[in-house]
Design a protein around this ligand. Structure first.
Ligand code: ADP
Length: 636
């Protein structure tokens, strides 16, 4: 008597999407099922090496067969198999939550039922792809750890059944009852020897276990000259050598790229790859890829960084996070080492000296590859930096700057005076002799920076200014403190130090001379600013706001947006006035004639300066009323 079970809701909806063929490239079901079979054998092999009691095997294989009459296609492996619970949990549920939501979103966006993006494997829904070509799927499986075997059958609708069956060995056998061919799609091609052979070659050539199938061969009839007869024989369809074990010169970039796309479920070619063959203290091969687009969930908590780990070609684990630092979390690939023991626990393995050594080397190689690109192929570097640069910025800032010296030369910025993005090193090299510090401004683009009142004097000097586009940038600058002996200086913070002695003296004098006015304004703004002063940086604009040393305006904004912020981070504010501007004279006039008005003017100027800095004004209604009063007064 079959036990009938219902698919989990999520799975039901996903199945539905699959069946209604959101994906046009149906043939990849074969790649998905072969990949699952290979994983299952990997697991068996790993277990048999680490657990003494388990039977050893040397006949691992994945077997393909088809029946043209019944219109079935079967894939069989002698891997680890599934227990009853595993069957229910793995095939009755979608392993990775969030995948369905994402697929549905994609579907909505395109507003049609076809998606040309290979997203299937990316979300661990590989098995379900069988329903793209089959209207009934039968899974017979027996776990290495169980004496009982089970049969799972589903027609891709609400329910599936599970029955106990007899099965001699551990492993899994999946039979697909193919859909009927129509004008729209030829499902019969999966009953064709040649098609299957070429699909395996195309998608699964690198699989390390033999993929076997009975094929028909034309052979010379015995005792005849040129008479031929068809003979059935078992053929291994894949080359089997893992791509990372092949000689670099025998593998094309296209092959490396295809391997990446199949193995790491990307629909785009990677930006570049690195193959490392290291013989030394620790021997290993590493094949590393930098994608050309960021994985969709790269910045979510669920994202797992890491490289696949193999020991002498035996798969150990999927995402070994110890192998890449956080700032390289987007790097995909694998490490295969002959010096890692299989017989130790994951915990110990993760602490192993060998693993540490490999990780350090991988990190160094990645950094030097990036340095190399920056020097010799800047266009590719730009593409890289656009997608992943922010990770490097976090890398500089993270762990109190532990990696800052390693990474600082990989950071590039736009600047106000140059067309191309440049590194800090290039900035410093291009500095005129009289420029002491590195100027920067937080902004999204050049226009924004050039329009800042605080830029007046810097523009006169024609000094270049780094444009910092990201939230993390000012924190990075804080950690670096200086580059090559040159301090960083924000254009709207502290003293710019751009005046000569005479000019300094003049400002000092003016500050004394205009003290009563400045004090009156300061009094009016006493809750908002720490000082009102004659500016040393304005030449054309009338007023500006600068922050005192310490927290900058940008940091104030960023920190107050953090999830747990209560809005109490505040940069110290100084209101600067340009004594040569007409406005200054106008204020002085008002101060002489109607000193009681100065508080209102100070407030207006302050609010204006806030707006220019991208801060909200405190009391918009009051601000607007004061503006109206001013206009009415002017008309009288
Ligand atoms: P993914 O392989 O990405 O986890 P799938 O939907 O393809 O997602 O498979 C779900 C799970 O079902 C696998 O993680 C594995 O535990 C189990 N599974 C699938 N195929 C097999 C197989 N041939 N042998 C053993 N377990 C399998």
């Amino acid at each position: 008597m079959s036990e009938v079970r219902e698919f989990k809701t999520e799975s039901k909806r996903l199945l539905n999407l699959m069946i209604n063929s959101i994906y046009t490239n149906k043939e990849i079901f074969l790649r998905e099922l072969i990949s699952n079979a290979s994983d299952a054998i990997d697991k068996y092999h790993y277990m048999s090496l680490t657990e003494d009691k388990l039977p050893k095997k040397n006949d691992y294989e994945i077997n393909l067969s088809y029946d043209t009459k019944k219109r079935t296609f079967t894939i069989k492996d002698n891997g680890i198999g599934m227990t009853y619970d595993e069957l229910v949990n793995s095939l009755g549920t979608i392993a990775k939550s969030g995948s369905l939501e994402f697929m549905e979103k994609l579907k909505d966006e395109k507003n049609k039922d076809k998606i040309d993006v290979d997203i299937i494997g990316q979300f661990g829904v590989g098995f379900y792809s069988a329903f793209m070509v089959a209207n009934k799927v039968e899974v017979k499986t027996r776990s290495l750890y169980d004496t009982k075997a089970y049969k799972f059958v589903s027609e891709g609708e609400e329910t599936y059944t599970i029955d106990e069956i007899e099965k001699e060995d551990s492993g899994t056998e999946i039979t697909l009852y193919l859909r009927k061919s129509s004008d729209e799609y030829d499902y019969d091609k999966f009953l064709d020897e040649w098609t299957i052979k070429s699909l395996v070659k195309q998608y699964s050539d690198y699989i390390r276990y033999p993929i076997k199938m009975e094929v028909t061969k034309s052979v010379k009839k015995e005792g005849t000259e040129n008479e031929y007869e068809d003979k059935k024989e078992i053929e291994i369809l894949n080359a089997m050598t893992p791509i990372w074990k092949k000689n670099k010169n025998d593998v094309t970039d296209e092959e490396y790229n295809n391997f990446y796309m199949q193995k790491y479920y990307d629909y785009k070619e990677p930006l570049f790859h690195i193959l490392l063959n290291v013989e030394g203290k620790v021997n290993y091969t590493a094949l590393l890829y930098v994608p050309s687009v960021a994985p969709y969930n790269l910045y979510s908590e669920k994202y797992e960084k890491g490289l696949q780990l193999y020991s002498k070609g035996v798969f150990i684990m999927d995402k070994c996070k110890e192998l890449v630092p956080d700032y390289f979390r987007f790097v995909k690939g694998l490490v295969d080492s002959s010096d890692l023991s299989l017989n130790i626990s994951r915990e110990l393995l993760q602490k192993s000296k060998e693993l540490k050594e490999i990780a350090e080397n991988v990190e160094k190689k990645l950094v030097s590859k990036l340095e190399n690109l920056m020097k010799n192929d800047f266009d590719t570097y730009l593409k890289f930096f656009e997608v992943f640069g922010i990770n490097l910025k976090f890398g500089v800032y993270d762990e109190f700057g532990a990696k800052k010296d390693l990474l600082k030369d990989l950071i590039i910025y736009h600047t106000t005076n140059q067309e191309k993005m440049i590194s800090l090193k290039e900035y410093v090299e291009a500095m005129p002799k009289d420029q002491k510090v590195i100027y920067y401004a937080s902004a999204k683009n050049k226009e924004q920076v050039l329009a800042m009142p605080q830029m007046d004097l810097i523009k006169k000097h024609n000094y270049d200014v780094l444009i910092l586009p990201d939230d993390v940038d000012e924190f990075l600058i804080q950690i670096l403190r200086e580059y090559d002996g040159h301090k960083f200086q924000s254009v709207n913070q502290g003293d710019l130090d751009l005046l000569d002695k005479d000019e300094e003296e003049k400002v000092k004098e003016l500050n004394t001379q205009k003290k009563p006015l400045l004090d009156a304004m300061k009094e009016a703004l006493k809750d908002e600013v720490s000082d009102v002063v004659i500016s040393k940086r304005l030449t054309d604009s009338a007023v500006c706001l600068v922050s005192t040393d310490g927290v900058s305006f940008e940091m104030e904004k960023v920190l107050n947006q953090m999830p747990n912020a209560n809005g109490d981070v505040k940069a110290g504010r100084i209101l600067e006035l340009n004594p040569n501007h007409e406005l200054f004279k106008a204020i002085e006039d008002v101060y002489l004639k109607e000193p009681q008005e100065i508080a209102n003017l100070a407030d207006l100027l302050y609010n204006q300066a806030l707006l220019v800095e991208g801060f909200p004004i405190k009391n918009p209604v009051e601000f607007s009323k004061k503006m109206c009063d001013l206009i009415i007064k002017a008309s009288k």
